[in-house]
Ligand binder design. Structure first.
Ligand code: FAD
Length: 521
């Protein structure tokens, strides 16, 4: 079937078209054949899939959505764009970006979900297990298959697993295991990538290494990941999930930093995260967000009189096997927890399966869908802030600017720079210890657009405060409007980023939604 796409002439909702072997793209009078085995969707059908993202604050019209069968289709789309004057191509993972990063206005969006099942093969390199998965696979499905079929699991995760392999590898992929194993980008050893030149390339640390490290944390700028080799480890059966509360930020950070800095794995927990919450009974922002079970009660009389507007919670996990006795697990937990200086009586814990723990945010997703806050805008802000500046950040941002909460989690926990490879494209602050800060704002249904704008403005105020204050920080999942800001973001690695772009996507076709480079005619 031939799909004839006339973006600049047609403005109606063209019927979704299924093109089995060939489509003809016509842009600016240039007609070229596009050999696509998969589907091509146009007009309203394309906008339904790729016109909006999780952030819900951008709405653009793609020319078409390509649902590839395999890498050849993706290469075909890139080559068609290369032959045109202005076409761009954006890979779309699960569209969970906040600021339109996976969008392509008037361009081709490659819906990676159609390739999700393309790879799933577990192998070994010496003693090390790995799995080859599609760039379009959801981490949730990678987890389920690895555990149920092989008793193995990737080592480094994100909190929420409804994200794609290619999407998180294009950023970093961070959760409570990253202090030990590094981000997800540090846990892949080989990739198949379609570059902006339309080449299909296998790359690793030793083969086409410049492309490999460019793509990791590369914001989709250098290539589309179609396969990733992800390192695995034996999956534990169970997790003891613990939360302990602090009033003083200094004590919270001292304990968190001590835990993430232990060289010996048995001297720390297997997962370390933390969050800030409001010192009050607000059900969305306050005390009730801490307990892990309906039977748990947060007893505020345990709090010292001196407690401030916000409190801090360290979130920890210990992995264990079904064969470990309760008393063995208790002993291991007590040995680790005894040196932490949290408030007595404000400790909560539950035992659950490893898979249920990793899927914990799915329940929050279901609730948000029920009450309508999954579909509303999400003006989120994610930053990495150095250990040097996190105290000042706490005083100004947590204790003042967002002291009433953000209607969602406010994460803050330390990571180690030595677990991040400098050759990757992702930017982190200087210094060995830095914190991820995530203000995950949820907006009630029917909130006025002007109120959402105020939240975006508050995010900008925080970023501007960091800049004015000389804070050593980087935006995570960055979003900037001007080239100057991108140059500041990359600092002395900007020229490397530009050189890599010239090498792998010289016409600036890929991931236009990041708004870093303009398409070359
Ligand atoms: P998309 O949003 O679809 O794409 C993101 C970028 O990557 C775009 O530029 C896109 O063009 C590009 N891209 C997509 N697929 C590919 C590919 N195969 N090859 C090359 N480029 C590609 N992040 C964390 O690190 N830790 C967390 O705990 C975490 N939790 C989250 C929870 C929720 C509820 C949400 C919405 C996001 C969370 N994130 C987290 C952020 C997440 O990492 C980003 O949204 C990321 O972009 C992945 O989403 P996605 O797969 O939908 O990618």
């Amino acid at each position: 079937m031939i799909a004839y796409i006339e973006p600049y002439f047609l403005d109606n909702d063209a019927e979704a078209t299924s093109a089995v072997t060939a489509a003809v793209l016509s842009t600016d009078g240039v007609s070229e054949s596009l050999n696509i085995q998969g589907e091509i969707l146009c007009g309203g059908a394309a906008a339904d899939i790729a016109g909006r993202d999780f952030g819900g604050m951008n709405c653009v019209k793609p020319l078409a959505v390509v649902r590839p069968v395999g890498p050849e289709d993706i290469a075909g789309a890139v080559k068609a764009a290369l032959r045109s004057d202005k076409l761009t191509v954006a890979a779309r993972g699960n569209g969970h970006s906040i600021n339109g990063q996976a969008m392509a206005e008037g361009g081709l969006v490659v819906d990676m979900s159609s390739t999700a099942e393309n790879h799933f093969e577990v192998g070994f390199c010496g003693d090390t297990a790995y799995v080859d998965v599609s760039g379009g696979a959801l981490w949730e499905n990678v987890l389920k298959r690895c555990v149920s079929e092989y008793g193995l699991a990737p080592r480094s995760w994100t909190d929420y697993l409804g994200l794609t392999v290619g999407g998180t590898l294009s950023n970093a992929g961070v959760s409570g295991q990253a202090f030990r194993y590094g981000p997800q980008t540090s846990n892949v050893t080989e990739l198949d990538v379609i570059t902006g030149n339309g080449d299909v390339v296998t790359c690793s640390e030793v083969e086409n290494s410049e492309l490999f490290f460019s793509v990791l944390g590369g914001l989709g700028q250098f290539g589309i990941i179609t396969r990733a080799r992800v390192l695995l480890q034996p999956a534990p059966d169970m997790v003891r999930w613990i939360r302990v509360v602090y009033t003083e930020f200094d004590e919270f950070t001292r304990d968190a930093e001590w835990l993430v800095s232990q060289k010996d794995e048995s001297s720390s927990f297997d997962y370390v995260e933390g969050f800030v919450f409001v010192n009050g009974d607000d059900p969305v922002n306050g005390w009730p967000t801490v307990p892990l079970h309906p039977d748990h009660d947060f007893d505020p009389t345990r709090l010292p009189q001196s407690s401030g507007s916000v409190l801090y919670c360290l979130e920890l996990c210990l992995h264990y096997r079904d064969s470990d006795s309760n008393s063995t697990v208790d002993k291991r937990v007590e040995r680790l927890i005894e040196r932490l200086r949290f408030i007595e009586g404000l400790r909560f814990e539950v035992d659950l399966s490893y898979v249920d723990f990793l899927l914990r945010v799915k329940r929050s997703e279901e609730i948000a869908k029920e009450i309508g806050t999954w579909e509303t805008p999400h003006p989120w802000l994610n930053l990495f802030v150095s250990k040097r500046d996190i105290g000042e950040f706490n005083r100004t941002v947590f204790k003042e600017l967002v002291k009433n909460g953000v209607n969602g989690p406010m994460l803050v926990y330390p990571l180690l720079r030595s677990r991040w490879d400098d050759r990757m494209s992702v930017e982190v602050p200087e210094g060995e210890i830095f914190y991820i800060v995530a203000l995950l704002r949820f907006v009630p249904p029917c909130t006025k657009a002007s109120s959402v704008e105020k939240l975006v403005a508050q995010n900008q105020e925080i970023v501007h405060w960091c800049v004015r204050n000389g804070t050593d920080f980087k935006l995570y999942l960055p979003h900037y409007k001007s080239r100057e800001e991108w140059i500041r973001h990359f600092g002395n690695r900007w020229s490397r980023f530009v050189d890599r772009k010239a090498m792998f996507d010289p016409m600036a076709i890929l991931s236009p939604g990041q708004k870093i480079f303009n398409r070359s005619p």
